[in-house]
Design a protein around this ligand. Sequence first.
Ligand code: PLP
Length: 378
Amino acid sequence: MFQSSIGLPDLAAILRQAGDGPLHLFAPSVLSARVAAFQRGFPGQVTFAVKSNPDHEVISALWAAGIAGFDVASPKEIALVRSLCPGAELHYNNPVRSRAEVAAGIAAGVVSWSVDEPGELDKLAGIAPESEIAVRFRLPVAGAAYDFGSKFGAEPDQAAALLARVAAMGMRPALTFHVGTQCRDPKAWMTYMAEAARIAATADVRIRRLNVGGGFPSARDGQPVDLKPYFEAFATGVRAFPVPPVLVCEPGRGLVADAYSYAVRVKSVRPGRVYLTDGIYGGLSEMPSMGVPVFDVLTPNGDIRTGPRQPVTVFGPTCDSLDRLPGLVQLPATLAEGDWIVFRSMGAYVTGVSTHFNGYGVWRTEQVAGIDLKNGPR
Ligand SMILES: *Cc1c(COP(=O)(O)O)cnc(C)c1O
């Protein structure tokens, strides 16, 4: 599924030009392979969660590859998608919106809105009558790196009451959920789908569409993800409904993460600690909550550093002591100033989250032919 690896001479040449870095290595071939896998295998409409990577090159590539729907969460994201993909379908799935945000969504022609509470449904009184309203519900289901249910989602009973109200208002009732990000258990989606069927039955409402959210994992733990078991779970899960709804998914991480590696340079090596040219206020912002993904260590010439590793504290470049990677990181004992740490599966929740605190978090992006998720940049 993944195409040719980054040729080492190419990577070495890129790194030699990069100065202090940091540097995103973006493989459009990996992104298009992932899009194709979703489009072939997912039994429904594949949309993209913009917040995971709002880079113009990514949004445009997805649109060109036939992704026609986008999960947007703010007027800025709406404007971004409208500017790059004029005819795209907008799904506004941030369930808490100010009235100004609702107005921006109406003006942009949003076709689907999620809600998780009656007050938020009331705010949508002015939307087009043919609009879809997807009631978002939550369950205590394990399997993801972290749970999204603590912030959004109605309890199943409340969701049934909301769904009945949506139908009574004459809107198109739908249901949606998010299993949590980096979820490695396809059964989590099946549990949610079974509950969705129960909620629709309780409300005595036939839903046309079921949005199964995102949550699909990346290979950040070093294991490339075969999507087949996930797609099979959907085909099975939808049978819980007397009349199967049309399925929609809105992956972020699962579509884009593996298409990027992120190369950060070693600024300084001291006993037991290392300082890098980017940290948690920049492109490594996900690491405190998600852990450190697999990485390779390269010399300035692009050779892989092998040999024994030792645990060290890794700091980012800012003058803030919170700016460190979680725990101790196993780095080669021969690590030296000027080396590169190339983190893999860095295409999601990186470029859109970074700050420029202390003047860091600034990078270049280079396109590469491919990224070998099993063996790294060899
Ligand atoms: C963030 C988000 C997604 C994407 O989640 P991933 O774990 O990156 O796939 C999808 N839907 C909603 C509503 C989200 O908030």
